[in-house]
Design a binder for this molecule. Structure first.
Ligand SMILES: Cc1cc2nc3c(=O)[nH]c(=O)nc-3n(C[C@H](O)[C@H](O)[C@H](O)COP(=O)(O)O)c2cc1C
Length: 170
């Protein structure tokens, strides 16, 4: 993987999240790792820093790893891995070793003390900066009905992008 400047990031982030989907991995050496597929999120600037915004429900096993560790990555894999991305987004790491099941692999970076998905085209290595439980009280009822009929609201994580890694092309 090549380290790149974020100024070289040229993807359409709307497509990347909505159609390609990302795999968010949280955890460190001590806690271990877990990952989930995400299609909600974005990247931008906050407090003068380059950040990603992630939205994760409390019911996800990955939520516990996000809470207990500062190391977070988001990996974007091409659509040859669509089935793998679907599996990571439909089964819980509580029940099976889904990364192995999806024939994917974690790459652990000891300096960063976090992991990303080896098969990605590119990834962001990030440190958690801030998190907040999204209040639902003031939301439009149609959104509550659609997304929160049983509660289980999202926590928003703001993560500082520390490194942008891109797969080397041969
Ligand atoms: C395309 C797709 C997008 C998803 N986006 C999100 C998301 O943005 N936030 C979230 O909390 N769950 C999202 N999910 C659901 C989680 O990926 C799914 O519940 C996963 O199995 C949780 O795994 P875990 O329990 O091991 O953390 C998405 C699932 C799919 C298939």
């Amino acid at each position: 993987m090549l380290k790149k400047n974020l100024k070289e990031f040229k993807e359409n982030i709307f497509d990347e999240f909505a159609y390609k989907w990302g795999i968010v991995t949280a955890g460190n050496y001590q806690t271990g790792f877990n990952c989930l597929t995400v299609s909600w999120g974005g990247i931008g600037i906050l407090w003068g820093k380059q950040v990603a915004f992630l939205f994760v429900r409390k019911s996800r096993y990955t939520y516990q790893f996000l809470e207990n560790s500062d190391s977070v990555t988001i990996s974007f894999l091409n659509d040859n891995y669509k089935e793998a991305k679907n599996l990571i987004g439909t089964v819980s790491g509580r029940n099976i070793d889904k990364v192995n099941e999806a024939k994917l692999h974690y790459t652990y970076d000891p300096d960063f003390d976090g992991a990303y998905i080896e098969e990605c085209d590119y990834c962001f290595k990030m440190k958690k900066l801030y998190s907040v439980d999204l209040p639902t009280a003031s939301l439009d009822q149609s959104i509550i009905d659609r997304y929160y009929p049983a509660g289980d609201s999202h926590t928003m994580y703001v993560c500082e992008i520390k490194q942008f890694l891109v797969k080397e092309r041969s």
